[in-house]
Design a protein around this ligand. Structure first.
Ligand code: BGC
Length: 416
């Protein structure tokens, strides 16, 4: 009897200490499509295995514009989530508001400085201290293809140049299928546009025009050619494109209704979640003309300052888990991206991911590695929003000449 009561007390003590250290983490994210939801479920699993509680705060809307709006209102009302999917220069804007938590103790203990490419670590730090933690590297300049549609249309393989691309698109049109699955929302218009700029003008031009926002580059010959090519693509989309979500365009390729989609490799998460095999059912290739360049898009979570000690502990555990080997592998296998943590084994990854990993390393050496503007990696949110609007206006209104399109984009780029 005595023994039993001792045991009961011991169990109760363990339970109490677990309860004291278990915390709740509210996570704001926008991963709601098939492949995205499977990926975020892995993060939830890892956090729960550490004894914490995951409070899901999903705001639908690919690319996260809706999530960003909801986040602002939560922070303004003094009730931020523990973690939010924030990336690129927006991390520094939030940090400057003084609302982000300092993650340096976790970063030091887990040796993040030695596990991350310096360019990535710099984005995660504000005034030298970690305030965010990266989950992956997505490549944006991809073209996805349906093997069945290309076969039916008599297209031999994925196009490498713009000439090959338009020749293939003509064949698909003739075969009565949709050449390009497009999502007519400004983030996806710009996703296509930046791949065109990269493929037409090269990485140096991309950097001058879209990252440095140099007025000369924005109004020069390569920009003219980029806008002409961009407009030409529009004649290969279907009439239902306006407003369509990105994953519904991917579904058109998955279902062999459309030949191609210009999209980052989160699209691969959709193909894989639908049971499709890369190299067999669907094909991946760098967007035409952009094989030696790489537009990167690093997803990350910024952590907000919290008062409660158990919640802080849970937040730190989440941050540590995100950079852990286990999470970096399983999450990225589902998400379509590659691990951001250096020196990870790639043997479980498919050929698209292996190519991404190889090109990430190679382009970092040649200068072909550039930040994605469409996905919030390159410029301040205000200028980014303004050029996205100018590009979508050009895309949607054929009456805007290429010369006026260039002027409008250059003017938008000056937004402070
Ligand atoms: C994010 C991806 C996400 C995609 C679609 C991108 O901006 O980086 O993680 O899957 O948008 O929502």
């Amino acid at each position: 009897m005595l023994k039993l009561s001792k045991l009961v007390t011991a169990v109760a003590c363990v339970a109490a200490s677990a309860a004291a250290s278990a915390g709740q983490v509210e996570v704001l994210h926008y991963w709601t499509s098939g492949g995205e939801a499977k990926s975020v479920a892995e993060l939830k699993k890892i956090l729960e295995a550490k004894g914490h509680v995951w409070k899901d705060f999903a705001v639908a809307g690919g690319g996260g514009d809706n999530a960003a709006t909801v986040l602002k209102s939560r922070v303004v009302s003094g009730n931020p989530p523990a973690a939010a999917q924030i990336k690129g220069p927006a991390i520094h804007e939030w940090a400057a508001e003084g609302v982000l938590a300092n993650l340096d103790s976790v970063g030091k203990a887990e040796k993040w400085d030695s596990l991350l490419p310096k360019v990535v670590a710099d984005v995660m730090k504000y005034k030298g201290a970690y305030v965010a933690v990266p989950v992956n590297v997505h490549r944006v300049n991809w073209l996805w293809g349906s093997a069945a549609v290309l076969k039916k249309a008599g297209v031999a393989g994925m196009p490498k140049s713009w000439d090959e691309f338009f020749a293939a698109a003509d064949k698909v049109k003739k075969a009565g299928l949709i050449p390009v699955a497009h999502s007519g929302q400004n983030i996806w218009d710009f996703t296509t546009f930046e791949s065109v700029v990269l493929g037409v003008g090269g990485a140096k031009f991309y950097e001058d025009a879209l990252v440095k926002l140099d007025p000369k580059a924005l109004t020069g010959d390569s920009m003219r050619k980029s806008l002409e090519t961009f407009r030409r693509i529009k004649s290969y989309i279907d009439p239902a494109a306006p407003g369509r979500d990105w994953n519904l365009s991917t579904a058109m390729v998955i279902q062999d209704k459309a030949a191609f989609q210009f999209m980052g490799d989160w699209a691969k998460g959709e193909f894989v979640a639908a049971g499709k095999t890369p190299g067999k059912d669907f094909l991946c290739a760098p967007a035409p003309g952009s094989a030696n360049a790489y537009t990167f898009n690093v997803d990350s979570f910024a952590m907000f300052k919290l008062k409660d000690a158990s919640a802080q502990k849970a937040q730190n555990d989440l941050a540590a888990a995100i950079m852990g080997v286990e999470f970096q592998q399983v999450f990225n296998l589902n998400k379509g991206s590659i691990p951001v943590r250096l020196n990870m084994a790639m043997d479980k990854f498919d050929d698209c991911a292996k190519l991404s990993s190889k090109d990430f390393v190679a382009t970092a050496k040649t200068g072909g590695l550039v930040p994605s503007v469409a996905h919030g990696m390159a410029i301040k949110p205000a200028a980014e929003g303004a050029i996205k609007d100018a590009v979508s206006q050009f895309w949607n209104d054929d009456k805007i000449s290429v010369a006026d399109g260039m002027k409008n984009i250059a003017k938008a780029a000056a937004t402070k």
